[in-house]
Design a protein around this ligand. Structure first.
Ligand code: GDP
Length: 453
């Protein structure tokens, strides 16, 4: 049995053209499951150089924006329900998904909802940005789609641009043959750690988020210091607060073993995808906070700063506080700062949304071609300063890793490039690729020759 890949996208993105391009004449299989698979099409994608697979054209996801936030098909009716069911079925049967978007129309909110929905399936996804007809300006055209946080390829179904690469990349999404029938892989819940000084309001925030004072108290039984994880559902998505053992109920805070330990905090943070760092608005940042924040930043741990208890301060104080936090955190200007109150629940919704955002940014992978065009643009706009009458040369840029996104510049002499210039490079990449909040690493590597791309 061949593995399957589902093509998914809203109408007019060029799905059928792409489908036909990929399967060439191999329109082998069309099932008709009454009522459900009306316009579903399957075809064989077969080429030398990659394993064959079946492509499923899911018809269009024709829901209008009103429905684009749906999480289950139960929320839909009639025709739309049919179509959605059909897409869902195709996705369930597939081992991987190709999401298609339209470069000419740009990113639509529906694309974002669709990406989020697909991501929850836990299946590997490749984003195909279609209708990119020439190489020119490709990086600009596709830049806005990086926000979806998916590996991406720019193609033109109509002109055949990058179709072979698309085929190859799709085949790379597939599991090894022996895993093909393993349907058990589901998207793991996003893991959140919550740290900060005692009394900053960590347990109050957890309780306010997961709903009134239950889990945390009952989960922290006795005196155990073991890691305790609290799963919860928010907006129909599963999340996990990890390592909450150190967060006690109010009555236990006087416990002498209960103290704010930098090591324990770092340990919790490394168990999570995103860390929430809680600070009491009425107390501000202490020296120990600063030390810990600095550590989180140098270790490239993704975190969000929560200024809690903002119900206790005036609007004016809030503005001042926000300014002073920004100043204190000049060393990591990308860190999101949210003003919240566990008591009034103000700002709490933003926490999960921001965590998702930072996580998406952390997992972004940018195609090398796009990166190199961005590099050219960035170094042309502002050239690296001349050192001893020689201007440093930049050859090539590649993304070595995600989580955090790590970019490696190959240059003739890494020693000749100043810290200031590296900061400019980072700022520029953040801007071009919409990586506003994730930690990021920029590396310079000396290399004698320009590499072949
Ligand atoms: P933890 O030690 O960080 O877990 O802190 P707690 O959640 O136990 O909170 C410490 C104290 O601050 C408790 O008395 C809470 O009721 C109070 N508190 C927590 N969040 C808020 C808030 O947003 N506003 C106000 N006014 N009080 C809060």
């Amino acid at each position: 049995m061949l593995p399957k890949i589902a093509l998914v996208g809203r109408p007019n993105v060029g799905k059928s053209t792409l489908f036909n391009r990929l399967i060439r004449k191999n329109r082998a299989i069309t099932h008709d499951r009454p009522g459900i698979t009306r316009d579903r099409m399957e075809g064989l994608v077969q080429s030398i150089g990659h394993p064959s697979f079946i492509l499923i054209d899911t018809g269009g996801v024709t829901l209008d924006n009103h429905y684009s936030t749906i999480n289950t098909i139960d929320e839909l009716h009639g025709f739309e329900k049919d179509i959605f069911q059909q897409v869902q079925l195709a996705i369930e049967e597939s081992q991987a998904i190709c999401l298609i978007v339209n470069a000419r129309e740009g990113l639509s909110p529906f694309d974002e909802h669709l990406a989020l929905f697909l991501r929850k399936t836990g299946k590997p996804i490749l984003l195909a940005v279609n209708k990119v007809d020439g190489i020119e300006k490709e990086d600009q055209i596709v830049a806005e789609f990086h926000i979806l946080g998916l590996p991406m390829i720019a193609v033109s179904a109509e002109h055949g641009h990058n179709i072979r690469q698309l085929e190859n990349e799709l085949s790379l999404l597939l599991p090894n043959n022996e895993n093909i029938n393993d349907q058990s892989t589901t998207q793991p819940a996003l893991k959140l750690a919550i740290i900060g000084r005692p009394n900053a309001g960590k347990s109050s925030i957890i309780n306010a988020i997961i709903g009134k004072n239950k889990l945390i108290v009952s989960n922290i039984a006795g005196t155990t210091r073991d890691s305790i994880d609290i799963p919860f559902i928010f907006n129909k998505t599963q999340y996990l607060f990890v390592d909450t053992a150190g967060i006690r109920r109010r009555t236990k805070i006087t416990d002498p073993v209960e103290r704010f330990s930098v090591n324990a905090s770092i340990k919790s943070a490394t168990k999570a995808n995103i860390t929430l760092y809680v600070i009491d608005a009425t107390e501000g940042i202490t020296a120990q906070d600063k030390r810990l924040l600095d550590l989180l930043d140098t270790r490239k741990i993704p975190f969000i700063l929560l200024i809690n208890k903002t119900d206790l301060i005036s609007k004016k104080q809030k503005a001042l506080l926000s300014k002073s936090f920004k100043e204190t955190l000049q060393f990591c200007p990308h860190i999101p700062i949210l003003m919240v109150s566990a008591v009034t629940s103000s700002g709490l919704d933003q926490i999960i949304a921001m965590a998702e955002q930072v996580y998406l940014e952390c997992s972004t992978r940018i195609n090398t071609g796009v990166l190199n065009r961005a590099m050219e643009e960035v170094i042309t706009r502002h050239q690296p300063p001349v050192v001893r009458r020689v201007r440093p040369k930049f050859f090539y840029l590649t993304q070595a890793e995600t989580s955090p996104p790590t970019f490696v510049f190959f240059v003739n002499d890494a020693e000749k490039i100043s810290e200031t210039y590296v900061r400019y490079l980072e700022r520029s990449l953040r801007k071009i690729f919409n990586l506003h909040h994730a930690p990021m690493r920029i590396r310079l590597r000396s290399s004698h020759k320009k590499r072949n791309q």
